[in-house]
Design a protein around this ligand. Sequence first.
Ligand code: FAD
Length: 490
Amino acid sequence: MRTACTGIVWFRQDLRLSDNPALREASRTCDRIVPVYIHAPGEAGRWSPGGASRWWLHHSLARLDEGLRKLDSRLVIRTTSSSADEILSLARAAGADCIYWNRLYDPASIQRDTRIAQILQAGGHRVETFSASLLNEPWTALNRQGRPYRVFTPYWKACLEAGIERAILPGPRKLARVPDAIHSVTLERLGLVPTVGWAREMRGAWQPGESAARRRLKHFLDVSLTDYDVRRDIPSVDGTSRLSPYLHHGEISPAQIAGAVLERLASAKDARMSGGAEGLLRELGWREFGYHLLYHFPHTTDRPLDDRFAHFPWSKRFREPLRAWQQGRTGIPIVDAGMRQLWRIGWMHNRVRMIVASFLTKNLLIPWQEGARWFWDTLVDADLASNTLGWQWIAGCGADAAPYFRIFNPVTQGRRFDPEGRYVRQWVPEIAHLPDRHVHTPWQAPDDVLRKGGVTLGRSYPLPLIELRISRERALQRYAAMKNSSRHAT
Ligand code: FAD
């Protein structure tokens, strides 16, 4: 007679029931499953989740537990300084034979998971791990020399050639009850929600959870996919998917998104759809590229990929300007709008992320790591792979980086992508009544226009922190100096 088999499914950044290979395999092979989430922030080192991500995580775990309860199961939550100890003790208590999880790719998780797998296997347990958060494992695409790609276009071409369509796995219909003897701490014990009122606006802006992710995807497919290519750069419109926090926490998989996009494309009558679909898939490709780089160059979370930048002469005294940037009071409207959107809803439009990052690293000459840190703490989609890629790309020191001398002019960018100042007016209300002509350059507005618009520069809205043309020249000089010194060093 076959003995009943028990499996543990260790949830991490895969907080969903559908298209979850670890859960699928466990429910296929085990009679009983213990779903567990282990909170061990110390194990992530410098990159344990920031404030906004923790807020999201709290709600996402609550939704996952609700989903499991509908199947008669529940989420066991544990908090610990050692995931290894916790899993081992849970495996003993539950009499589990096998432990299932979906893989993570950041350096700290790879190290920890490898160690835990060894400990479990040495103790006689079976460990099965799966790919669930990427279309391609980061080690699969390599160039002709067998090395990792450093340029996006050939990387993505190789991925498309290998194929990006994946079968989508259904979620379980029913799960066996988790015995009462298996204890769980309450979600509140994890202390993920901030005690100050900071998250109030985030609650209105977002609904974490798997069902909300699916609704968001449907909304995007119905409303924005066709014109995605055209509208994705306009920050005042709802033109992008806003799926990034769901993807980061694994409430939806990239395969589910790519599959749904390809399905729409196949049934589309509108020829514009192909541009939108290709564009969206390419952005998912950038996400994959970030993981490819993080996997092959794990040091880039803190250090530049391009070694020449290791000695870049960044500004040394930057506490004050950094604070002004963080608080959205630089006096450059599109930068301030972005930074305030970030603070208030934990998300910023991609075009504006590029503008604020360029302003920080080039006009203010503040190290990109400072910007990456702030984003890490304030973004609901903070993701080590995408954040590192984004910051190094803008700073000019990463893979496929924009050349350093290409410095975004925030005024030109504002006028081009927010011509009527709608985005700026929404997030910087103190200049909302300036006419379109001056909304991106209040410091150039005549006195009577400022008076009529209710703006007193330096009082109701700051004067620019820095002169854009002069700071651009200064950045170019520093870059030239760095290039010369690295040339002499070789
Ligand atoms: P959509 O336009 O709908 O794109 C669909 C999905 O593709 C996104 O959800 C995201 O997963 C992926 N994607 C889109 N653009 C990029 C990109 N440039 N790089 C990598 N993946 C992309 N994204 C994060 O998810 N987390 C971060 O921490 C992060 N930090 C960034 C920092 C900087 C300085 C910059 C310039 C970009 C950063 N991005 C980050 C990438 C990008 O800004 C966001 O993924 C995007 O704005 C999310 O909005 P969306 O879901 O509406 O995107």
